[in-house]
Design a binder for this molecule. Structure first.
Ligand SMILES: [Zn+2]
Ligand SMILES: [Zn+2]
Length: 464
C-alpha cells in the first residue's frame, strides 16, 4: 500500500493552501484555504474541488488564516461530512474568521450582481454565506498541542506549535503505508523565533517527508529586536507634530503584536501616554480569543500576565466595534494611534481613517504588513502623490513609514536553519506556499546543500 500526495493549492503561489494525502483506504485533506486573487480566478478556483469532498475521511487544519481555512464552508456545502481537526485556539479563531469571510463573500456578490444586472447578465451566488460559515463550525474538533489523535485505520495526527499566529501548528501525520508508518510534517506556515506573544516554532520528531512554506524563500527580514526602537521613534516624531498615527493592520496577530509592543514602550516611558484605539470588530473578537489561550504564550507573555501587566491592552487600549464610536474618532483632533483593518487598505474602516487623515502632513501612516500589488496599501507604501479612496482623489501629505521587522513567516535563513538538523533523516521536502521566484530560490538553496527536495507544480501527484 503506497501513499499518494496530491499538491492542489498554494503550489507555486501563496494562497489557497490545500493538499490531499491518501493510502488507498483513507483520504485526508490538509488545509482548505481560499485562493485570493482577481475575481474571475477567485470564483473559478475556489468554487470547485478536484476530488469528491464526501470521500474525505478528515480535514487537518494547520491554522486560522483564511488562505488555509477559508474554503471550509464551501467544502461542507459540497458534501464533506467528517471532522475538521485542529488546535483549540484555531477552532476558536475560526468562529469569528469564517463568518466574517462569509460576510465578505456576500458583499462582493452584491457589488458584482449590481453590475451584472445593469448589463442584463445572469446573477451569481456567493461562494458561501455567513450562514454557511456558521454552519461549518460544528464540524470543528479542537485539540491541545503534542497530543496524538487517531484519524482512523491506524493513522494519526499530532499538532506541534508553529509559532506563526495564535494556535498555529505544524501537523505531523503518521500514515500507514502498508505495515510501515510514514511520518509527514506540514510546516505551512512556519513562524519565527523571538516574536512577541507566541512560543518559538517546535519541530516534530522523526519526520520522513516535509511540506515546507517558502513565502520568503529568497529574502531576509530585519530582526524583531529593532521593532521597539523604530516604533518609538515614529510615535515620538508624530506626537511632536501633534499628529495621529494610522496603522492598517491584519486583524489576527499583527494587531495584538502592535498593542504588545506599544504596551512595552508605555511601561518603559519611551513614548507619551496617548490613546490607542483598535477599530475593527473582527480584531476585537480575535483579541478576546487571545485571552483564553495561555497555552500559546511564550515565557515573557506568561510572566507579563502573572505580574498584573496589561500586554494586550485590556485596560489602556480602546477596542471599538460600534460604527458610531468609530465615526466620532474623525472629529477628535488630538494625537492618537489608530489600528484598523483591512491590512491592505482594500475595504473596511481603515478607508475612512485614511480619507480623513492622509492630507494632513502632521500625521503618519505606518505600514506593518505585506501590501499586494494593485492595492491602496501598496500605492500608499510607494508614496504616490495622490490616491483614490471611495472614488475621490486625496493628496498624500502624511508621512509614510514602512516597518519590515513585523513578519510572522520564517525568512530564507530561518527556513534553512529549521531543516538543517533533519538533513540525515529526511526522505523528501516539498516546497510550497510561495511566489514562484521565492519558492525557486529556496528550492535551489536546499538542492545545493544536498537535500532531497521537490518543487511540485499545481495539480501534481507523487507516490511516496
Ligand atoms: Zn498563515
Ligand atoms: Zn499562508
Amino acid at each position: 500500500m503506497s501513499i499518494k500526495i496530491d499538491f492542489i493549492g498554494a503550489v507555486r503561489t501563496v494562497t489557497g493552501s490545500m493538499h490531499l494525502i491518501s493510502n488507498g483506504e483513507y483520504r485526508f485533506l490538509i488545509d482548505c484555504g481560499l485562493f485570493q486573487g482577481h475575481r474571475k480566478d477567485f470564483y473559478r478556483i475556489n468554487s470547485q474541488f478536484p476530488f469528491d469532498p464526501a470521500g474525505i475521511d478528515a480535514c487537518i487544519l494547520s491554522h486560522a488564516h483564511i488562505d488555509h481555512s477559508g474554503n471550509i464552508p464551501n467544502l461542507i456545502k459540497n458534501g464533506f461530512d467528517s471532522r475538521i481537526l485542529t488546535t483549540d485556539a484555531t477552532r476558536d479563531l475560526c468562529q469569528s474568521m469564517l463568518p466574517d469571510s462569509g460576510h465578505i463573500q456576500e458583499e462582493d456578490i452584491k457589488y458584482l450582481n449590481k453590475k451584472k444586472k445593469k448589463k442584463g447578465e445572469p446573477l451569481q451566488e456567493p461562494l458561501y454565506t455567513r450562514k454557511d460559515a456558521e454552519n461549518s463550525l460544528q464540524f470543528f474538533s479542537g485539540h491541545p498541542y503534542e497530543q496524538q489523535i487517531s484519524i482512523g485505520g491506524g493513522n494519526s495526527v499530532t499538532f506541534y506549535d508553529a509559532g506563526h499566529v495564535l494556535g498555529s501548528s505544524t501537523p505531523l501525520l503518521e500514515i500507514d503505508g502498508g505495515g510501515e508508518k510514514v511520518r509527514i510534517g506540514y510546516a505551512v506556515d512556519l513562524g519565527r523565533e523571538n516574536i512577541p506573544i507566541l512560543n518559538d516554532p517546535v519541530t516534530p520528531p522523526d519526520i520522513d517527508y516535509l511540506f515546507l512554506e517558502s513565502t520568503y524563500g529568497g529574502r531576509v527580514h530585519a530582526p524583531p529586536s529593532e521593532t521597539h526602537d523604530t516604533l518609538a521613534e515614529i510615535v515620538n516624531r508624530t506626537v511632536e507634530r501633534k499628529g495621529k498615527i494610522i496603522i492598517p493592520s491584519f486583524a489576527l496577530e499583527r494587531t495584538q503584536e502592535i498593542v504588545y509592543y506599544l504596551n512595552d514602550l508605555f511601561n518603559d516611558k519611551r513614548i507619551p501616554k496617548i490613546p490607542v484605539i483598535v477599530d475593527s470588530p473582527l480584531a476585537v473578537n480575535l483579541t478576546e480569543v487571545f485571552f483564553h489561550h495561555p497555552e500559546c504564550y511564550d515565557e515573557e507573555m506568561y510572566q507579563a500576565f502573572k505580574n498584573g501587566d496589561d500586554p494586550l491592552g485590556a485596560r489602556h487600549v480602546k477596542y471599538i466595534k460600534d460604527v458610531e464610536e468609530s465615526k466620532a474618532l474623525h472629529r477628535d483632533p488630538d494625537p492618537k494611534i489608530i489600528i484598523s483593518a483591512s491590512g491592505m487598505c482594500e475595504a473596511g474602516r481603515i478607508l475612512h481613517h485614511l480619507k480623513n487623515n492622509i492630507e494632513d502632513e502632521r500625521n503618519t501612516v505606518l505600514i506593518v504588513g505585506y501590501m499586494a500589488e494593485n492595492t491602496l496599501g501598496r500605492r500608499i507604501a510607494e508614496k504616490y502623490e495622490k490616491v483614490r479612496i471611495f472614488g475621490q482623489e486625496y493628496q498624500l501629505n502624511a508621512e509614510v513609514e514602512i516597518m519590515n521587522s513585523f513578519s510572522a513567516h520564517a525568512d530564507r535563513n530561518e527556513l534553512y536553519e529549521y531543516v538543517k538538523p533533519l538533513k540525515d533523516t529526511l526522505k523528501g521536502i516539498f516546497i510550497v506556499h510561495g511566489e514562484e521566484s521565492q519558492s525557486e530560490a529556496l528550492y535551489r538553496l536546499l538542492k545545493d546543500k544536498g537535500f532531497p527536495v521537490h518543487f511540485p507544480n499545481p495539480g501534481d501527484s507523487m507516490e511516496i
